[in-house]
Write a protein that binds this ligand. Structure first.
Ligand code: ADP
Ligand code: ZN
Length: 679
């Protein structure tokens, strides 16, 4: 495979094709001795050099317009990613395969990125598939907005009328009716003949939201498209093309929908904007929430970032006035927020996974015919098997991590590379036969609950049980129908669900997450616990939340018990400011990886030294082994670049392009701008 070209190539458009070639056209161009497929990104100036001609236009309809092309290129530059690869990420899969190489396009002058020729799957998929077929419509009675909702909608509407960029933070506690604000703002946008884009963290986990949108706009001639990774390539391509043609009014999707080719964009909503799944964790490492703001800027659209627990970056931008903050301080229909208590695990040791207070509360909820949610952010039965004779544990042969034991699957599995094996009968080191599961996972919790409450109907929501298509929908429906009493799950259960019969939420452990060596660990824990707590008491009956922890003096946990976002944010922001961490500083994470440990270490030392020599305004932290020092058989070291200003950091990223060429063979460099997960 040839390395991807990281620039835009220029070609001329022959007169015969002049009328057919537009920005966003898929064209065939010569590249070296081959013919490749490219996308027209724009028009250049005729230069001196002799350029080759575009050979043919493959698809008559452009797939994006000039504004979107500009957006894609800006995004690629910001994240220091080859533009052709960025465009490939933006466009639906199926248009180009993994072997594609971005190239350059043309002159008369047109510019575009091009990639390997692929069978034009597109031309043979003319049949329309209904992307909603599997998704239920949710009937929702019309709602009279309360004063806080009303004034939020009015403020947004004012900006819609002005038709230029304005971003909002809609800060509303869980159950405060943010979705109603979105729906009303969308209606106002559509009334102005503009389109709306709605981003959600993981659309497969929010079918209720899609159902509500469909229910709301069903009677009007409003066309919705849903873009997410659960769609087949064909479905995604269909939806994309409908959008590009201007046939769609509202697009709902996960982070990649930020690239959707809406050309009359008036409103972008980013729901649960704090969610870290807006950040793509490999390849083109963009952040959908941040790009939504860039896109809004370029399209002169209004952007609404909604959350009960805004990211500190967004919150701080609201404090500086870059975003306008809109508050929904109370739950709708005068429902109170749940009471939240900490259970001190030092006082309840040896009481198995459920402490006595949590077991009692669960018993009461079950006796009253109410539902409970239990959060345990670890799937499988146990995080590892331990030999009680020699202390050995089983590690992944490819990664620096223990293998998670699953009793249901009868396997030991690596959650990073998916390596798996059958659990052995004997310790491989001492041949002893007392291998036992250590620590807790959702399967083990389920077993314990069934032992304590044999009549309870228990279900599990984690990546193991949600793998099957439609599994999530079935589980949500069963919760709504009341055929589940206790839902156990990983962080998935915290995501935006509205289960009105849930009165009890239990959090099994918080200490691992609080102690992660990451400056965002408190922010993550605060958000996760507030969100999961927000699932309690959304219906008629009030909610109660119990959080088991050893860290009863932790400030973030105390803020959770008081529903005190502001206090949490102020403390945390002042610490970030002192250390120049985001949002008061900027980070770029460099990961060097390769099969040869010594080579990776040397390359990291040399790169760090070169970066230090070049610029004193940028702090160079490391190199140090990554927390996961070996992943999928690659040894990994990281260098963190940190600066109070963005410009010097950008200069270093540009220098990196030169330094990259000096890396020894077999060592790869990954650049992560604004990293979220640094393991
Ligand atoms: P959030 O997105 O802030 O968690 P939702 O928009 O899901 O909250 O609203 C929570 C519940 O309150 C939903 O069932 C919704 O239909 C209802 N609701 C929203 N606004 C109102 C209102 N003004 N009056 C009564 N009920 C409302
Ligand atoms: Zn592994």
């Amino acid at each position: 495979m040839i390395a991807p070209l990281d620039k835009i190539l220029h070609y001329t458009v022959p007169d015969t094709l002049a009328s057919a070639v537009q920005v966003g056209s898929r064209v065939r161009v010569p590249l070296g001795r081959r013919q490749v497929v490219g996308y027209v990104m724009g028009w250049g100036q005729p230069g001196d050099s002799l350029l080759k001609d575009v050979q043919a236009v493959i698809a008559p309809e452009p797939l994006f317009d000039a504004c979107q092309a500009g957006f894609y290129l800006r995004a690629a530059r910001y994240y220091d990613y080859p533009p052709g690869e960025a465009v490939r990420t933006a466009l639906p899969a199926g248009l180009s395969g993994p072997e594609s190489k971005p190239a350059v396009l043309l002159d008369k002058i047109y510019r575009a990125t091009a990639r390997d020729d692929q069978p034009p799957a597109v031309e043979t998929i003319e049949r329309y598939r209904d992307p909603f077929a599997a998704m239920p419509i949710q009937e929702h009675p019309p709602v009279v907005l309360n004063p806080a909702q009303q004034s939020a909608v009015e403020r947004i509407e004012r900006s819609l009328q002005e038709e230029h960029y304005q971003a909002f933070l809609l800060h509303g506690v869980t159950g405060s009716g943010k979705t109603e604000v979105y729906l009303n703002a969308i209606a106002k946008t559509l009334a102005r003949q503009r389109q709306a884009l709605v981003l959600v963290p993981e659309i497969a986990l929010t079918p209720q939201l899609v159902g509500r949108f469909r229910g709301r706009f069903r009677d009007q001639e409003i066309k919705l498209a849903v873009l997410h990774s659960g769609l087949s390539e064909g479905e995604r391509y269909d939806a994309w093309r409908q959008v590009a043609r201007g046939d769609v009014d509202v697009v709902i999707g996960a982070r990649s929908a930020v690239f959707a080719p809406l050309s009359k964009l008036g409103l972008i909503i980013v729901d649960e904007e704090h969610d870290s799944s807006y950040k793509q964790s490999e390849g083109f490492r963009y952040n959908g929430r941040d790009l939504a703001q860039l896109r809004g800027h370029l399209a002169q659209a209004v952007v609404v970032l909604g959350s009960a627990t805004p990211s500190l970056t967004t919150y701080q931008r609201a404090l500086t006035g870059a975003l306008v903050k809109l508050d929904l301080p109370e739950r709708t229909a005068a429902r109170p927020l749940p009471t939240v208590e900490l259970v001190d695990l030092t006082q309840h040791q040896g009481e198995t996974l459920l402490s006595d207070p949590l077991r009692d509360a669960l018993g009461e909820a079950l006796a009253a015919g109410e539902q409970a949610l239990l959060l345990l952010n670890r799937r499988g039965y146990a995080p590892f098997l331990l030999c009680h004779e020699c202390g050995a544990t089983l590690h992944c042969p490819n990664c620096d991590i223990t293998l998670t034991y699953s009793r249901v699957q009868r396997s030991l599995r690596c959650h990073y590379c998916d390596y798996h094996q059958a659990p052995p009968d004997h310790c491989q080191r001492c041949s002893g036969s007392s291998l036992a599961p250590e620590g807790m996972g959702t399967e083990r919790l389920e077993e314990e609950i069934l032992t304590d409450f044999p009549k309870a109907r228990v279900a599990r929501m984690d990546r193991d049980t949600m793998r099957r298509k439609g599994a999530h929908h079935q589980l949500v429906a069963a919760m709504a129908a009341g055929t589940i009493d206790v839902l156990i799950g990983t962080q998935m259960i915290a995501k935006g669900h509205d289960f009105p019969a849930v009165t009890l939420v239990g959090v099994l452990n918080t200490d691992t997450a609080l102690n992660l060596p990451d400056f965002r660990s408190a922010e993550r824990v605060f958000a996760l616990l507030s969100q999961v707590a927000g699932r309690a008491g959304r219906g008629e009956r009030p909610g109660r939340v119990l959080i088991q922890t050893y860290a009863t003096d932790n400030d973030a946990l105390h803020c959770v018990t008081r529903h005190d976002y502001q206090n949490f944010a102020e403390r945390e922001l002042s610490q970030r400011q002192a250390l120049a961490y985001p949002p008061y500083g900027y980070l770029v994470n460099l990961v060097l990886s390769g099969n040869d440990q010594g080579r990776v270490a040397d390359a990291a030392e040399q790169l760090a030294a070169a970066l230090l020599r070049d610029d004193r305004e940028v702090e160079v932290l490391g190199p140090a082994p990554c927390l996961l020092a070996r992943l999928r058989n690659k040894h990994r070291r990281q260098i963190l670049l940190k600066a109070r200003q963005r410009d010097p950091l950008r200069r270093q990223v540009v220098r990196l392009q030169r330094l990259r060429a000096l890396l020894p063979a077999g060592v790869q460099l990954t650049v992560d701008v604004d990293p979220v997960d640094m393991f």
